[in-house]
Design a protein around this ligand. Sequence first.
Ligand code: LER
Ligand code: MN
Length: 286
Amino acid sequence: MTFTKPLEYGGHALVWSGDWTPEGARKAIAGAALAGYDYIEIALLDPWKVDVDLTKDLLQEFNLRAHASLGLSVSTDVTSSNASIVEKGDELLRKATDVLAAIGGKELCGVIYCALGKYPGPASKENRVNSVTAMQRLADYAADRGININLEVVNRYETNIINTGIEGLTFLDQVNRSNAYLHLDTYHMNIEEDGMEKSILAAGDRLGYVHIGESHRGYLGTGNVDFESFFNALKKIDFRGPITFESFSSEVVDPNLSNTLCVWRNLWDDSDDLAKKALMFMKEHY
Ligand code: LER
Ligand code: MN
C-alpha cells in the first residue's frame, strides 16, 4: 500500500463560520489554527464569492493550510440529462479548482459528482455515465493544477449515486484517473455501511480523504458512531491523508448548506471548545 499524501488534521469551516466574508474567513482560519489544526476545509459552494488574496493572507498569518469541499446543486448537477446544467456544473467545479489552486490547496472533496440532496428516484444509466465523464474531465483539469479529487460517499438522502464505499470504488474504477480518490465520512458510513471496517479495507490506498463526524454531527464520542472500529481499520491500512473534523449546529449557519443537510438542532454553541475536543479525540484514536 502506498499513501502519497501527508497525514494531517483539519477542521471544516462550518465549525466556525457560515460565510466567507472577511470576518467569517478570519474567524474560521484563526479558530482552526488556535485549536491546533493543520488545515481548514473551506466550503466552496460559491467559489466566485471567495476573496483569494484575503484568504491567502489569512492562511499565511495563521500558518495554516487549506483544502476545499463542496456539493453541487440542482442547477449544477453533472448527472443531469440537460447539457446546459452539466456545463454549469463543469464551470463551477473548474472555478472551485482554480480558487483552491490559487490558495495553495491540494485536495478537492465532497459531493462533487452530483447534486447534494435527496433525489426523487434512483439514478439512471445516463445519470451515472454523465457523472463518471464529468469526474474524468474534472480529474484531468485538477491534475494540470496539482490537485487531487476525492469523491465523498454520502447517505441515501444526499445522493443516489454512491452510498457505500464499495459503490464508490466501483465508480472510481470507471473514472479511472490516478488523482481521483475515495472520500469516506463516518457520519454517512454509520448510516449505510456493513460496519466501519469493510470499505476502508477494500479501499486501501485509494482512500484519499476522511471526514470525522458523529451520528448527530455534534461532539465526537457522544453519539452512535463506532469510532474504535473505524480508526482500527485506518490503522490496518496505515492511512495517510487529510482527516477533517466535520460538525454542524444551528449556531453556525450557511443558509444553503445547513438547510440541505437538515441542520435544525443546536448541538453546540462553543466552536473553539468543540474543535479542541474533537482534535484531542481524533489524536487519541489515531
Ligand atoms: C454532507 O453530508 C457532508 O458530509 C459534506 O461533507 C458534504 O460536502
Ligand atoms: Mn462529510
